[in-house]
Ligand binder design. Structure first.
Ligand code: NAD
Length: 354
């Protein structure tokens, strides 16, 4: 990503440590603890350089603050990053070492940052991290945790796509709607299955060619990620990594609506205006992909985890998004501005109800 896209430095804390076991850098960014502990997943990824990894932690933690505030959760925003060297992700002893190093980074923040899984990490990795810190969520169900958050993220995203179809196309029915799902990972594949069951026609893509086998099962058309991004479909659902909507891609988009799981889809906030000017409705990512964090917040509630409550709350993302669209229309602003205003209102009054 070009250096043109800067991240505002408005964070409470940024901790960068070199692991004593692995020698790899681990990062924890605390954007805000105004509404509660800064919760956000741990991304294990290879970056072009360490600055890009720091920028990712800063961007993602900022997004988490807004995400939890708009979802009405008593949580702040944080994010963890493990900076991998080029090559295959570590396994066995090497993976354990870096996860324990990351756990120590989390623990050093004494609960101001609470971690969870994200791209590159899984529920079983949280078990290893828990050996180094108690400030970890998303542990397996058998350990009292809420397990894999992605089914809840996919559920909330489906509700958001339905609300977006209603707003843009005037109907909540998915039957016959065309959707491009870019990234068939934990969330994207589950979303694609839900949409296929609802009768949607799918275009799917992933950089991992092994995912192509899913296309036939889904009755979907497989294409390259670049083609899927620019496909002439009703809804584009970016479900891979962030930054896909930028000054180069936006002029070529053909979908009238975008709602996807990927965090930080916009290369910078000004892209929201560019999308609006093109008549494209962009559902703010931090509103529509909150299902996972909503699920984790249920784990932290007194009385413990209840999947039915988590499902009910994840589905309510559709209503939150309708409120965002209504405010945007009424105020003549972008959905991003409307959602940010909602987040700011909640952050200004941390005791405000959901
Ligand atoms: P994942 O790692 O399981 O899946 C990502 C998929 O995207 C992989 O199949 C990968 O091969 C593919 N991919 C990577 N780069 C790509 C590219 N350039 N083009 C097309 N495909 C590409 O991750 P996930 O858990 O499914 O999360 C997907 C996105 O949603 C991430 O941005 C994540 O931060 C966000 N998100 C996930 C959750 C969750 O519950 N897992 C919650 C909120 C947000």
């Amino acid at each position: 990503m070009p250096d043109l896209y800067l991240v505002p430095l408005e964070h409470e804390e940024l901790l960068i440590r070199r692991g004593r076991r692995s020698g790899l850098y681990t990062i924890a960014a605390v954007h805000s603890t105004m509404r509660g502990p800064a919760l956000g997943g741990c991304r294990m990824w290879t970056y072009d350089d360490t600055r890009a990894a720091v920028r990712d932690a800063l961007r993602l933690s900022r997004g988490m603050t807004h995400k939890s505030a708009v979802a009405g959760l008593r949580l702040g925003g944080g994010k963890g990053v493990i900076v991998l060297p080029p090559g295959a992700p570590p396994t066995g002893r090497r993976r354990r070492d870096v996860l324990l190093d990351f756990g120590e980074t989390v623990d050093a923040l004494q609960g101001r940052y609470v971690t969870a899984e994200d791209v590159g990490t899984a529920t079983r990795d949280m078990v290893t991290i828990a050996e180094a810190t108690r400030h970890v969520t998303g542990l397996p169900r058998r350990r009292g945790g809420s397990g894999d958050p992605s089914p809840f993220t996919a559920l909330g995203l489906e509700a958001a796509i339905v609300a977006t179809c209603e707003h843009v196309l005037g109907s909540t029915s998915l039957r016959g709607r065309s959707v491009a799902v870019v990234g068939l990972g934990h969330v994207g594949l589950r979303l694609a299955r839900r949409l296929a069951r609802g009768g949607a026609r799918l275009v799917v893509a992933d950089i991992d060619e092994a995912k192509k086998a899913h296309a036939a099962q889904l009755g979907a058309r497989w294409t390259t990620p670049d083609n899927a991004l620019l496909a002439a479909v009703d809804v584009l659902a970016p479900c891979a990594l962030g930054g896909v909507l930028d000054h180069e891609t936006v002029p070529h988009l053909q979908a009238p609506a975008i709602a996807g799981a990927a965090n930080n889809q916009l290369a910078d906030d000004a892209i929201a205006d560019q999308l609006q000017a093109r008549g494209i409705v962009w559902a703010p990512d931090f509103v529509v992909n909150a299902g996972g964090i909503i699920n984790i917040s249920v784990e932290l509630e007194p009385g413990g985890y209840d999947p039915a409550r988590a499902r009910r709350r994840a589905r309510a993302i559709g209503d939150t998004l309708r409120e965002v669209y209504d405010r945007a229309t009424a105020g003549g602003m972008t959905p991003l501005t409307a959602a940010m205003e909602l987040a700011r209102r909640r952050l200004a009054d941390p005791s405000s109800p959901a």
